[in-house]
Every structure is written in structure tokens, then in C-alpha cells.
Design a protein around this ligand. Structure first.
Ligand code: SAH
Ligand code: MG
Length: 209
């Protein structure tokens, strides 16, 4: 469990991570950092930094860091006219979402600037140049079919043996939400590289064998 004051910051931060799933994410991060000493954690999908507080607090406690990757322009479902649109996040000069400023304030306010490192860019473009093995990979970026499957293909080979893969918004019942996160969860199991570790809400935690 992370420090109570940081957990309070995470609960108050802007975003969509339920408390029990955030706590499970932090537990996974602490376990992964212990299993793969010295390796960093990496999140795909920063948004406003809510899940990054849980992960960043765990990283700091474990003596490692969290890299969090986002182009900060929002996913399809965050754009104007879609279900998860938040109009005040639009940069009027560009006409697109910009979550980078809110994220920076969130992490500064939590005192986690030394433990949370923003990587601003398109997830596949970053993945193609990333070599460092990861203690924990959290996939919570684009939830469309192409983005989710590309994140699976490009990033999951970087999870170190003994490390953990976390996937958010996994809904086995189509009535509860979109398919791609569930599809990549099944792909991870089918690959033979990962086994189920824990499920909390829509969060799945898998262990790299
Ligand atoms: N993990 C966050 C929520 C992430 S929302 C939390 O729980 O608080 C999904 C994010 O993925 C959005 O901010 C969006 O900009 C980002 N995203 C979508 N497609 C992306 C891509 N191809 N590269 C980088 N970021 C992407
Ligand atoms: Mg999510």
C-alpha cells in the first residue's frame, strides 16, 4: 500500500481510475519492482496523471521510476462529440485536447516529479526505440482495435521475466465496454508468455514467465 497522503491525491485527481483498481495497480507495481530490481515501470496512457500517482508513488517507494507515455491529444473517445469528451481540456489554439498541463500540475501537486517521467509522443513511435526491460507495463492507451493491438505487439516483449503486465478496461461481457482491451488480454494468455495473477474490476494483472 502506498502512503495515505498520496493515495488521497490519487483519489482527488482528474480521471477515470476506480479506487480499488488504482490500489491493485500500486500493489502490482510494488511486487513487480521487487521481482525485477532496478527496472523501471512504464504506463501507456497518462491522460491527466491519475493512475500515474498510484504507480509513481509505488515507484518512489521501490526506488525506481515510472515512465508514462502519451501524446496528450486524447483518444478517439475523448474527442468532441464522443462519450468521454471533456471540453475544458481542448487547447483552442490547436483545436485538440491537451492534457499535458493538467498532468504536470497533478504530479507537481503530489510531489512526484522525480519519480514520474513524462514521455510525450505516439506510443508505437516510442516503443520502436525503447530497449530497456520493464518491471511493469500498464496498457491504458488507445482502446480502439489498432492502437490496443499495436501496444500489445510493440510493448509486451519488453516486460522482463518475472515482471508484470497490467491491462485496463478489460470487459469480458461486450455489454460492459469495448472489445480490444479484452482481446489483447486473451492474446497475452494465448502467447504462453503470461499467466493470470489478479483481476480487480476491469484491471487484469499478468505475470511474465
Ligand atoms: N491511465 C489514465 C487514463 C488514460 S486515458 C488514468 O487512469 O488516469 C487514455 C490516454 O491514452 C489518453 O490520454 C490518450 O491521449 C492516450 N493515447 C491514445 N492513443 C495514444 C497513442 N497512440 N500514443 C500515445 N498516447 C495515446
Ligand atoms: Mg482506463
Amino acid at each position: 500500500m502506498i502512503a495515505p497522503d498520496l493515495r488521497d491525491k490519487a483519489l482527488a485527481a482528474r480521471g477515470f481510475m476506480p479506487p480499488d483498481e488504482g490500489d491493485a495497480l500500486a500493489d502490482a507495481a510494488l511486487a513487480a519492482a521487487a521481482a525485477v530490481p532496478g527496472a523501471p515501470l512504464l504506463e501507456i496512457g497518462t491522460y491527466c496523471g491519475k493512475s500515474a500517482i498510484w504507480l509513481g508513488a509505488a515507484a518512489r517507494e521501490a526506488g525506481t521510476v515510472l515512465f508514462t507515455v502519451d501524446h496528450h491529444r486524447g483518444s478517439e473517445e475523448n474527442q468532441a462529440g464522443w462519450e468521454w469528451h471533456e471540453p475544458d481540456l481542448v487547447d483552442p489554439a490547436v483545436g485538440l485536447i491537451d492534457t499535458l498541463g493538467v498532468f504536470r500540475r497533478t504530479i507537481a501537486d503530489a510531489g512526484l516529479e522525480e519519480s514520474v517521467i513524462a514521455v510525450v509522443g505516439d506510443s508505437p513511435a516510442v516503443a520502436r526505440h525503447w530497449l530497456t526491460p520493464l518491471a511493469l507495463l500498464f496498457i491504458d492507451g488507445g482502446h480502439g482495435s489498432d492502437p490496443a493491438h499495436r501496444d500489445f505487439e510493440l510493448w509486451t516483449p519488453l516486460v522482463a521475466p518475472g515482471g508484470l503486465l497490467c491491462i485496463h478496461d478489460v470487459f469480458p461481457d461486450p455489454a460492459d465496454g469495448g472489445r480490444p482491451p479484452y482481446e489483447i488480454y486473451l492474446r497475452a494468455l494465448d502467447s504462453g508468455r503470461f499467466t493470470d495473477d489478479r483481476a480487480v474490476g476491469s484491471l487484469r494483472v499478468l505475470r511474465r514467465s
